[in-house]
Design a protein around this ligand. Structure first.
Ligand SMILES: Cc1ncc(COP(=O)(O)O)c(C=O)c1O
Length: 494
């Protein structure tokens, strides 16, 4: 196939060129009816291609023309048998994978550090999770991936599993041994689903970890918007081999798509694929070189540590994505949240993620040398600061907690109901600090990274209450609960 072509984007351009008189959605009619200031800001061109499925433009729900071709080009570029464009992110990708692979009540092995959208997939499919413990890195205060040994043990202990689900890479850029795990899972005759939301670029450069499609995962998802150039919300789902029920997959994808997809978004997927297929190697060469330079310079700054290749071989770390710059700031005496806020306030720099000990900056094909210089210089300046209140000083709040060990990720709580049953059960709000022993009816995840500390159906433990109260004090945003400040929590009625 000709990877220089962008058949879907071209179909939209052809429609505009034809000067069709429009009597169809969207109601702004190619910008004519749009608020003038907004239109002026976003530009005429995007308005002109914000159209609706119609003859000549194809339909994402039932592709027969240019979208079919665009998806086939994407499948070829990624080495998949079929690729589907998604416009509600890897969030919908997780839901589609679970709904395709599982029937209600079937079991799936999932790492505990999965993104909360995995739980959405469990709630929708009615499947039962069997949690696999990812490797915990106490030093860096982060979870890495699950190991092949953990997967093999889980399969041996639960022969009735229908599928194994993995997250690789993690939000911090650590990748699992996908090839080995795929061998183990397929040997056991099960499906392998991979949430590769953070690795849409992997397939296009040999210095990046092995991609899920190269490892021949049956289903995998990429957030094309996260590390490549598609618009926000744009993602792809790849399918490989004979194990997946294709009729189910096709039916499921349709229920997760709007009948009125945003066509500029769909076109941005077509174009992002072309960009990678034709220029991926050189664009990523530049990105990787810039990120490596930043990593080296950051590691020369006192009090900072940015992990790289040397982490390979630690439990749960098979490979590392060099384009993720995860900086451990603990030795500066700041929390990651504080550094993130200072970078924004003083230097007008916004990072992707902050947690108690780390910040994560993304280096993508859009990152400039100037931006890299500003980021590194800001960190150099911060490291020379006198800390006014040291959160980690012996008298500090965090140090007291660190000594008590309550900063540690809480142990996985007992699952007392299926996620779906708890999510749909009658629920009531109770005071969070007094919720010990109750069954959680909602998902509570510090965001980012959006990994649930407690999920629907799980018992709320004292450790969980302690940990989340510490995270709240340290300034984390909590996603999921009805009460965003988590003074109360929704639990299943007794
Ligand atoms: C591992 C993982 N999976 C899935 C998602 C959801 O992706 P999206 O934002 O594209 O819906 C995220 C988002 O951060 C994620 O980190």
């Amino acid at each position: 196939m000709d990877q220089t072509k962008t058949p879907y984007f071209q179909a939209l351009l052809d429609y505009v060129d034809a000067g069709v008189v429009p009597f169809h959605t969207p109601g702004h009619i190619q910008g004519n009816g749009m608020d003038a200031a907004f239109r002026e800001f976003i530009g005429d061109n995007i308005c002109a291609i914000d159209l609706t499925p119609m003859p000549g433009i194809d339909d994402l729900l039932q592709p027969t023309e240019s979208i079919k071709e665009a998806q086939a080009l994407a499948a070829q570029a990624y080495g998949a048998d079929r690729t589907f464009f998604l416009i509600n992110g890897s969030t919908s990708g997780n839901q589609c994978m679970m709904m395709t692979a599982l029937d209600p009540g079937q079991k799936i092995a999932v790492p505990r550090n999965s993104h909360k959208s995995m739980l959405g997939g469990l709630v929708m499919s009615g499947a039962e999770p069997v949690y696999m413990q990812p490797e915990v890195d106490e030093e860096l205060h982060m979870d890495h991936c699950v190991t092949p040994q953990t997967v093999a043990r889980t399969l041996a202990e639960h022969p009735d599993l229908a599928a194994v689900y993995l997250v690789s890479p993690t939000y911090y850029g650590v990748a699992a041994d996908l090839a080995k795990i795929a061998g183990i899972v397929h040997e056991a005759g099960k499906l392998l689903l991979v949430d590769e939301a953070w690795g849409p670029h992997f397939h296009f450069h040999p210095d990046l970890p092995l991609s899920a499609t190269a490892a021949r995962a049956d289903l995998s998802i990429n957030s094309t918007h996260k590390m490549l150039s598609a618009f926000s919300q744009c993602a792809m789902l790849h399918q490989i081999g004979e194990r997946v029920r294709i009729d189910r997959l096709l039916a499921v994808i349709k229920i997760f798509l709007s009948t009125s997809p945003n066509l500029p978004m769909v076109a941005s997927l077509d174009v992002a694929r072309k960009q990678m297929a034709t220029h991926g190697r050189e664009l990523l060469d530049r990105t990787i070189a810039l990120a490596r330079e930043a990593r080296e310079r950051i590691n020369r700054i006192d009090g900072l540590y940015c992990f790289g290749e040397e982490l390979k071989g630690r439990p749960g770390v098979f490979d590392v994505d060099p384009t993720k710059i995860a900086v451990t700031v603990r030795d500066l005496g700041y929390t990651g949240y504080e550094v993130s806020a200072l970078l924004r306030r003083r230097y007008n720099i916004q990072v992707e993620l902050a947690d108690l000990f780390n910040i994560v900056a993304l280096f993508t094909i859009g990152t400039t040398r100037d931006a890299m210089e500003r980021f590194v210089t800001a960190l150099e300046e911060l490291s020379r600061d006198e800390r006014p209140v040291d959160m980690f000083a012996p008298s500090g709040l965090l140090e007291q907690r660190l000594n008590r060990g309550s900063y540690r990720f809480p142990a996985v709580p007992p699952m007392r109901m299926l996620p779906r049953d708890a999510f749909l059960a009658p629920a009531e709000a109770v005071l969070f600090r007094k919720s010990k022993g109750r069954i959680c009816a909602e998902t509570i995840s510090p965001y980012p990274p959006g990994i649930p500390v407690v999920a629907p159906g799980e018992e709320i433990t004292e450790q969980i209450i302690d940990y989340l109260r510490l995270e709240l004090k340290a300034g984390v945003r909590i996603q999921g609960p009805y009460d965003a400040e988590l003074r109360t929590i929704r639990v299943v009625c007794e």
